[in-house]
Design a protein around this ligand. Structure first.
Ligand SMILES: [Zn+2]
Length: 232
């Protein structure tokens, strides 16, 4: 269900919603955090949002509601939820996962920036719980997508991750590799979304030098990919 075009990665087949990540060619600088550049890039991808909602991401677990059709910067949070059509929620990432949850029944969408710190704070599960609490969504109605992020092929971690992530840390010849995507899937499934409604992109940002930004690969010079989730 994930497809890759020249410049972007998209979860296809969503009814009345968009979840796409612009690839490395359209990446922004690490310090470019304002809504203007995000809006311009999404327009270059052929979409026309009414407004964009960006976050001052802090690798935490805070989730906010975006309930106005205005360009907005949300301070110190890593996930947004909206029921406003045409408002593009935006995540910047370079290895962390963009995670989107969509309710086609009630017309509600959420988007999270989920690295190991955010997942430790249960941000993927919290996204669903917030949508349930604020909008009354039912997990059985939801579709979820996990966009390009660093894969367990490339994400070697220390032993301190084992107590936090359990079986999502895979041990290969004495080295430990964290599977962020498996951790996110576990959280989403734990809220009641059925496994066949969770769509995981196959791309590893570290492996995919041509298509993706990777902080672990490129360090401070890494750009940031923009991911958009929007109700049409
Ligand atoms: Zn990899």
């Amino acid at each position: 269900m994930w497809e890759r075009n020249a410049g972007f990665f998209r979860l296809a087949g969503l009814p009345d919603a968009v979840f796409l990540t612009l690839g490395r060619a359209a990446a922004i600088g690490a310090q470019e955090t304002g809504p203007e550049v995000a809006k311009e890039r999404i327009r270059s991808a052929g979409l026309d949002p009414v407004a964009v909602a960006v976050m001052e991401q802090v690798h935490g677990g805070a989730i906010q509601i975006c309930d106005k059709p205005d360009d907005t910067v949300f301070e110190k949070c890593d996930a947004l939820v909206t029921g406003q059509r045409g408002v593009a929620l935006v995540v910047r990432s370079a290895d962390c996962l963009p995670v989107s949850v969509f309710d086609p029944v009630l017309g509600v969408i959420g988007l999270a920036h989920a690295g190991w710190r955010g997942l430790r704070e249960r941000i993927a599960a919290g996204l669903v719980e917030t949508m349930h609490r604020e909008y009354g969504v039912r997990p059985s109605d939801l579709l979820a997508g996990i966009g390009p992020g660093i894969g367990s092929c490339c994400y070697e971690v220390g032993p301190e991750m084992e107590p936090v992530f359990g079986s999502s840390v895979r041990i290969v010849e004495g080295r430990r590799f964290l599977d962020l995507k498996a951790s996110a899937v576990g959280q989403l499934a734990g809220t009641g979304i059925s496994a066949e409604r969770i769509f995981v992109s196959p791309w590893c940002t570290f492996c995919d030098r041509e298509g993706c930004c990777s902080y672990r690969r490129d360090g401070e010079s890494a750009g940031r990919m923009l991911t958009y989730a929007m109700l049409l």
